[in-house]
Design a protein. Structure first.
Length: 223
């Protein structure tokens, strides 16, 4: 059960259809603000499928320094505070998880200056207690810029200049690499808005995982 919680949690932090460009055509997608951090900005989300519900993210009027980086603090109406940072087109989240004995993970989840098709890899290892023994479990997450500069419709609203990111996960437990039986992890970020849609679908029979959910943005206010 603890192993299952770990794998699901890793997938959740990891925090579009549209116009195709011809080879050699310049990338005019704007860079620099796919996660506004102005104080008072808020986003309302609805989750369907596994872990269905709703929650609101609000940027608070304070920040904190983590690993030498300044993070903005955000409240989550359904959970503990979240932490966001962005530097030169790179976006990070830093979260604490009760399922991991309150261990924290820093994740680079978006690089808005990369071209379509470019990838980067995040490797995260935490200690999970199994049978009274602390066991290191490593998640390798390969992120891909699947598309850029596209339009994407969520709840009847068309968002412009959207970046689509997909993630391919694998896990190393007890020295053995385990790949999901199937997975479909997609994240859509709109310029000057942030996350507008995500799909997290994964089946891993050996770990007892069968998760399928969608998160859609509702009302939001960017200050």
């Amino acid at each position: 059960m603890q192993k299952t919680l770990f794998i699901c949690t890793i997938l959740f932090i990891v925090l579009c259809a549209g116009n195709c460009k011809k080879p050699g055509e310049p990338d005019n997608t704007p860079a620099g603000d796919y996660q506004p951090l102005t104080v008072g900005s808020e986003w309302n989300y609805t989750v369907t499928g596994s872990n269905a519900g709703s929650y609101k993210i609000t940027i608070l009027n304070r920040d904190t320094t983590i690993n030498g980086k300044v993070y903005s603090v955000a409240s989550n109406s359904a959970s503990s505070n979240e932490y966001y940072a962005k530097f030169s087109g790179e976006y990070l989240r830093y979260n604490k998880f009760a399922e991991l004995n309150n261990q924290t993970i820093e994740l680079l989840y978006l690089k808005d200056k990369l071209a379509k098709g470019a990838t980067w890899t995040e490797v995260k290892t935490v200690n999970v207690t199994l049978g009274g023994t602390s066991v290191p479990v490593t998640a390798t997450l390969v992120f891909t810029i699947a598309d850029k500069g596209i339009d994407y419709v969520v709840n009847g609203v068309t968002f412009k200049n959207v970046i689509k990111v997909t993630v391919t996960p694998s896990f190393s437990i007890f020295g053995s690499t385990q790949n999901p039986d199937s997975h479909d992890l997609q994240y859509y970020y709109a310029f000057n808005v942030g996350l507008v849609y995500s799909k997290t679908s994964i089946v891993m029979a050996l770990a007892g995982i069968n998760h399928n959910s969608e998160t859609k943005i509702g009302t939001y206010t960017i200050k």
